[in-house]
Design a protein around this ligand. Structure first.
Ligand SMILES: C[S@@+](CC[C@H](N)C(=O)[O-])C[C@H]1O[C@@H](n2cnc3c(N)ncnc32)[C@H](O)[C@@H]1O
Length: 286
């Protein structure tokens, strides 16, 4: 290895959404300052009047699975959501992140070489990323999806059923820190997408260590960083009540290293908000 903790790689072409230079400049100069500095009460009233489903989902559960599903789908009825979801930097970057992560996971499944690759998804929500990856993969995989909150599981089962995957996904309601209590089939691949930004450093290390404890040496973990470059953190905090912890890929890789991972490869989605990162479980000392 080059001595660098993390190595940047060009992302594969997976149908990313991007903004023109003019649109970026308009967002930076006009849209973001307005979103960030209009009185929060006024913005909330506008979103309530506009019946924004994305705002309602965040007010009920900031950053929860329903708001992810709305952002991933990108097809909205209300004008407020057409603006927020279709043109917003973070929802657009989320769709890019989903496409990128699903593609990389499908490649990891195909290169695993097991009869059926076992993917463990931590903080999985309904499992949109893994079911997309399993559909893209040329080889067979099965997945264990773990989430504290079981609200998303019926939706997840329906989605898996539509893709013909219902026999290959298992949902478990649990805290991912207690993995060793219910996981008896070691995972070949671990996915920890969309969760680190809601956790503090100690929680990330604890969860990643719990994953490392059940993973074979050299097996991959897939996670993501988030940068403040989207320029709307103040809006998310004040209007949606969403408090995300922004960390660079290097900072996250440092935490993952404490948990027993190394050889990090980072893939940047084109808006520069997220990197999807693959690390490998380091060889055990014994
Ligand atoms: C933002 S959603 C991400 C869903 C999905 N991974 C994705 O990227 O689309 C984060 C999920 O992590 C779950 N979560 C947070 N902390 C957890 C923990 N300690 N154990 C299990 N699930 C957790 C939440 O319930 C939520 O469904």
């Amino acid at each position: 290895m080059s001595g660098k903790l993390i190595e940047n790689r060009d992302p594969p072409e997976v149908g990313f959404e991007t903004f023109s230079p003019l649109k970026r400049a308009f967002k930076r100069a006009i849209v973001n300052p307005l979103a960030n500095y209009l009185p929060a009460g006024l913005t909330k009233a506008i979103l309530r009047f506009g019946k924004s489903e994305l705002a309602a989902a965040n007010w009920a559960d900031p950053g929860g699975w329903r708001s992810m599903v709305i952002s991933y789908n990108g097809r909205c009825e209300q004008i407020a959501d057409k603006i927020l979801v279709k043109a917003g930097t973070v929802p657009t970057a989320l769709r890019n992140r989903k496409r990128l992560a699903a593609h990389l996971l499908a490649e990891l499944i195909d290169s695993d070489g097991s009869e059926s690759t076992h993917v463990l998804c931590l903080g999985a929500g309904p499992g949109q990323i893994i079911t997309e990856a399993m559909s893209q993969a040329k080889t067979v995989a099965h997945a264990t999806l773990v989430d504290l909150n079981s609200d998303s599981f019926d939706f997840g089962r329906q989605m898996a059923d539509e893709r013909g995957l219902s026999e290959r996904v298992r949902f478990i309601q649990a805290d991912v820190r207690d993995l060793h209590e219910y996981l008896h089939d070691p995972p070949h691949v671990v996915k920890m997408m969309g969760i680190c930004e809601y956790l503090d450093d100690e929680q990330i290390v604890t969860i990643a260590r719990a994953a490392a404890d059940v993973m074979p040496d050299g097996s991959p973990i897939v996670f993501n960083s988030i940068s403040k470059s989207h320029g709307t953190d103040r809006f998310f905090r004040r209007v949606f009540g969403l408090h995300m912890n922004h960390r660079s890929g290097g900072e996250l890789a440092g935490l993952m290293r404490q948990a027993g991972f190394g050889n990090f490869l980072a893939y940047r989605e084109p808006l520069g908000v997220y990197h999807v990162i693959i690390g490998r479980k380091a060889l055990s000392a014994d």
